[in-house]
Design a protein around this ligand. Structure first.
Ligand code: FMN
Length: 491
């Protein structure tokens, strides 16, 4: 039986709540209290078409997986569904004007350019989620500015006619020492979502880490793989270990070559910009008294399943359920790197989650500089692969990390900003710019290949000096959007 718009419209409150998604009706009444994003956001669409709001946050297979089949009510004749008459939104009109004025892709010369354009052209909620970081965003800034405290000691008179950027990560040969790290909710920035990153990664022969919380389904991202392209899986560990086991074993069966367990997020950090912008955009009204979590932004809404009890004691279990190499993502001190070696994992990512978790966490590059000498001293530097992420925006940043001994460097936001503004072509341009910057700067420091890079090429004496009063000299340092108080206009 085909339902009509008015059949669905009758079920428009918490007593009976139906929604339409992609032309089909679902009874979500019983699911309301369990919705990780709070019930208020669903009730806003009770009796209506919720597709537009649903899509960026939920992979296509979500309803099949989590809503009992008896609650799938069947197709709706969409010609009978009342179209929401959208209010004229001056802010949206302004945004469209800015999109029309976007520079040509070829006019973007570096990664900061994409960030500047994204800031002016992305939807507010999407910009809020991507760009935000914890508390005062001190760590967000530090991630990038730490690279500014490392200087080069170039060597001269080396034959640098041919530069080879290729290297190996967890046994995979790649064309350049960076990878696309896991970032959730790709469809907030672009309707096609993370498959664009998959395709771009293929064309540049670099690895993509698939996020647990991708907007595209895991299968879509694996199906988008071409040839012998390699992907890794980022894992948020679910309180229900059967679910975790299923995710891990599916990933292994479907060919993922590394399991990156996120260990820096027992609770998702407080990202005020995300909270503020989400609040405005969803039009939610917490004062109405419904139990809801969505006032806390996209981040909190999607993360309530993460298990805060995850501990070192769980590592043997992970080793027992998979043969994929296990890498701990979010390690922040050398003591824990040594413990990771002891626990028998194959790698660590020195990372603070792009400054989105603990504010005043140190930068990954500083932890790398602290870690590698200790690993060498203990003869462990070949025993474990050390990756680093956070704040990497220039080819020189990557070279610095490789000099210090990283196996590879993860990059998050720049790919999201490029995807949100110019789609796959934008992401590929970012990859090409990084390769071009690396090639030129490898030549200028006198190294023809990645294996030639070594700590002696760097002066890191200033790296460990922490100061917050960094001069405002790059876009990465002006991303914090403060509260707009009455009478003040947003610049
Ligand atoms: N890390 C995870 O382990 N899981 C995630 O789901 C996840 N989602 C993210 C979403 C966004 C929008 C951003 C910016 C980061 C996310 N991260 C996540 C952290 C990244 O994997 C990575 O550590 C960080 O982005 C690196 O910093 P960068 O953005 O400065 O390159």
């Amino acid at each position: 039986m085909v339902l009509t718009g008015s059949d669905v419209a009758k079920h428009n409150d918490e007593k009976s709540c139906w929604v339409i998604i992609h032309g089909k009706a679902y009874d979500v009444t019983e699911f309301l209290p369990e919705h990780p994003g709070g019930e208020e956001i669903i009730l806003k669409y009770a009796g209506k078409d919720a597709t537009e709001e649903f899509d960026p946050i939920h992979p296509r297979d979500t309803l099949d997986k989590y809503l009992d089949k008896s609650l799938h009510l069947g197709p709706v004749d969409m010609s009978t569904v009342a179209q929401e008459t959208k209010r004229e939104d001056p802010e949206e009109a302004e945004r469209q004007k800015r999109i029309a004025e976007m520079p040509l892709l070829s006019e973007c010369f570096n990664l900061h350019d994409f960030e500047a354009i994204a800031r002016r052209t992305m939807k507010k909620a999407a910009w809020g989620y991507y760009s935000s970081a914890a508390d005062d965003e001190i760590t967000l800034r530090e991630n990038h500015s730490a690279y500014h405290r490392i200087w080069f000691r170039p060597q001269i008179l080396v034959d640098v006619t041919n530069i080879d950027l290729s290297t190996t990560m967890l046994g995979t040969k790649v064309d350049a020492p960076f990878y696309v790290t896991a970032t959730a909710l790709g469809k907030l920035g672009h309707p096609e979502g993370e498959v664009l990153l998959t395709r771009a990664a293929h064309n540049h022969n670099v690895i993509q880490m698939i996020p647990t919380l991708a907007s595209c389904s895991f299968d879509e991202l694996v199906d988008a793989r071409q040839g012998d392209q390699v992907q890794w899986l980022q894992l948020y560990v679910n309180k229900d270990r059967d679910i975790t086991k299923r995710i891990v074993q599916t990933a292994e069966r479907r060919g993922c070559k590394g399991l990156f367990i996120t260990v820096d997020a027992p609770q998702l950090g407080r990202r005020e910009k995300d909270m503020r912008l989400k609040f405005t955009d969803s039009g939610s009204n917490v004062q109405k008294g419904h139990k809801t979590d969505n006032s806390q932004g996209a981040a909190r809404a999607i993360s309530s399943f993460i298990d805060p009890s995850l501990s070192w004691a769980d590592i043997p279990w992970f080793r027992s359920i998979t043969k994929m190499p296990i890498i701990l993502k979010g390690v922040q001190r050398v003591e824990d790197v040594l413990r990771a070696v002891e626990a028998g994992v194959q790698g660590v990512v020195l990372s603070n989650h792009g400054g989105r978790q603990l504010d005043f966490a140190r930068s990954g590059i500083e932890i790398l500089a602290e870690t590698m000498p200790v690993l060498r001293q203990h003869g462990l530097d070949k025993k474990i692969d050390v990756f680093v992420d956070g704040g990497v925006r220039r080819g020189t940043d990557i070279i610095k990390a490789m000099c210090l001994g990283a196996k590879g460097v993860g990059i998050g936001r720049p790919f999201l900003y490029a995807m949100s503004t110019y789609g796959q072509a934008g992401v590929e341009r970012v990859m090409q710019l990084l390769k071009d910057e690396m090639e030129m700067n490898m030549r200028l420091i006198g190294c023809a290949k990645i294996a030639d890079l070594h700590p002696g090429l760097l002066d890191t004496r200033g790296l460990f000096v922490h100061s917050n009063s960094t001069p405002v000299d790059s876009l990465s340092q002006i991303t914090y959007d403060p509260l707009v108080v009455p009478g003040q206009r947003i610049k």
